[in-house]
Design a protein around this ligand. Structure first.
Ligand code: DGL
Length: 264
């Protein structure tokens, strides 16, 4: 079983990390579309075009038999386009994040932080509504560049987070929400989890990595999830930058990264 994992950058490696724990025998191909990142500030048409070409690369050129869209923005705005473009099962992280929120929330009110494109799509609100939850979403566009810069435990990042999260809680209270759960609806945010939890002690903070890995395992039940233990990494921009930052997200050495050109 060869599983393709796609993200606009390195953040999806947190999902791969969870998959490696859950299904260690599978083969994995990871693509980070770093040349075209950020997706979170782009239009739906552009995001779909980038995500579909990335999915084609993983399935047609690399032989992925199952596709995990570890990018929240691509899952929110391009999941249907990806599903229509490739002949393999496709799982997105908005769905799995909403499932995690459903299991965690007692009050049924959930807060979501994500990129501007994800929030504008209201994909999380919709997925939460389908599960009987109310969601309040807030875009936090400064967080991706801060994480990309490696400013994880940095006073500027701490201050930006404090402001975003205070605004979020104030806006949610005005909307009469009684939230007990905060979904990290962007691949980069799990790296800021410690600080987010410190600022929002009354909320359960969730990311979709573990629940996504569990759902991939459930979807593949009955299939032979046996590979050669292959892990291949591809990036569309500097492989050295990808490897350096990627090892933080993956939590282990990555070995080689191959540069791939998917066009503009
Ligand atoms: N991977 C994107 C997400 O999870 C964040 C980075 C970007 O904007 O491309 O929404």
């Amino acid at each position: 079983m060869r599983i393709g994992v796609f993200d606009s950058g390195v953040g999806g490696l947190t999902v791969l990390h969870a998959l490696l724990r859950q299904l260690p025998a599978a083969d994995y191909i990871y693509l980070g579309d770093t040349a075209r990142l950020p997706y979170g500030s782009k239009s739906q048409a552009t995001i779909a075009r980038y995500a579909v070409s990335s999915a084609h690369f993983l399935v047609e050129e690399q032989g992925a038999e199952f596709l995990v869209i570890a990018c929240n923005t691509a899952s929110a705005l391009a999941l249907e386009a990806i599903k229509a473009a490739v002949p393999v099962p496709v799982l997105g992280v908005v769905e799995t994040g909403a499932n995690a929120a459903k299991s965690a929330s007692q009050t049924g009110d959930v807060l979501v932080i994500a990129t501007a494109a994800t929030v504008q799509s209201h994909a999380y609100s919709l997925a939460c509504r389908e599960r009987g939850l109310r969601a309040y979403e807030k875009a936090c566009p400064l967080l991706v560049p801060l994480v990309e810069e490696g400013w994880i435990e940095h006073p500027v990042t701490r201050e930006v987070l404090r402001i975003y999260l205070a605004e979020l809680q104030q806006e949610a209270a005005q909307a009469q929400m009684c939230a007990d759960t905060l979904v990290l609806g962007c691949t980069h945010y799990p790296l800021l989890r410690k600080e987010i939890e410190r600022v929002t002690p009354s909320l359960k903070v969730l990311d979709s990595a573990d629940v996504t890995a569990q759902q991939v395992a459930a979807a593949l039940q009955g299939s032979r999830v046996q590979g050669a233990g292959e892990r291949r990494f591809f990036a569309t921009d500097s492989t050295e930058k990808f490897r350096k930052m990627g090892e933080r997200f993956l939590g282990s050495p990555m070995g080689g990264v191959t540069l791939v050109d998917l066009g503009g």
